[in-house]
Design a protein. Sequence first.
Length: 130
Amino acid sequence: MFAIEVQSSFSAAHALRLPGGALEPLHGHDFRITLRITATSLDAVDTVVDFHEIEAALELLISPWRNNNLNAIDPFRSTINPSAERIAEYLGRQILPILREIDPTNERNLKLREVRLTEAPGCLAVYLPD
């Protein structure tokens, strides 16, 4: 078994939707993301997957969020609360089809094992895909 981790970060604001419809005060974070991907075998150049492919995919996902209010941007503008847990889950669900495109026959058995999202020192949310 092999594994890689790809990390990135972005700064954004959010306000969680509270029970009853109120919002917590708008505040910002420097979010840090780590994606952990595993494979049972390596590709033709002996890698799990090219780091740059995953970095580029992750950048496309988070670039609209940079220095913005997450509550005003899809997918969080409607019903998805922009909590660290939901942000991690959204990123994971968006990366899964990209892994299927990279290894369409699943020869390497690529798996997204976890998405870790830190919103402040000591405050970490983890999404573990099925």
